[in-house]
Design a protein around this ligand. Structure first.
Ligand SMILES: [Zn+2]
Ligand SMILES: [Zn+2]
Ligand SMILES: [Zn+2]
Length: 135
């Protein structure tokens, strides 16, 4: 598109340029053009299936389930999710470490499960341990 008296137009939106603008009418158009033509993120190798993929997120280590994963990778990803769920439920079911107490210790949903259901059990456990060590 040619503007008034051959004045140049924005490469991104065809808006006429003014003043000292040479390629884009605004910083926004410049950014948009750069994003469209800029370098794509480097390909990574999927740690599950070994295929290469372009990560959508920085820390992505395997194919994106919705975009890149083929059937075999999708299966592996499902298995991985199952494993995580199984591990979590193990933590939810963790039992108090004090002998004779079967109470669930409860879990906050992060990190390791607690070892004892209560402070009372914790104290009793270490007291018993000490007694055993002393005997
Ligand atoms: Zn523009
Ligand atoms: Zn994969
Ligand atoms: Zn207990």
């Amino acid at each position: 598109m040619i503007g008034f008296g051959n004045s140049p137009t924005c490469e991104e939106c065809d808006e006429w340029l003014t003043g000292r603008q040479t390629r884009f009418c605004s910083a926004r158009c410049k950014m948009r053009a750069r994003r469209r033509t800029g370098p794509k993120p480097a390909e990574k190798v999927c740690r599950l299936c070994g295929a290469t993929f372009r990560p959508l997120r920085g820390k992505q280590t395997y194919c994106d389930f919705a975009n890149d994963a083929d059937e075999s990778c999708a299966e592996l990803q499902n298995a991985l999710a199952q494993e995580v769920i199984a591990k979590e439920s193990q933590r939810w079911d963790a039992e108090c470490a004090r002998e004779g107490c079967d109470d669930s210790t409860g879990w906050d949903g992060v990190g390791r499960p607690r070892r004892f259901c209560s402070d009372r059990c914790r104290v009793a456990h270490y007291r018993a341990e000490k007694r055993q060590a002393g005997a």
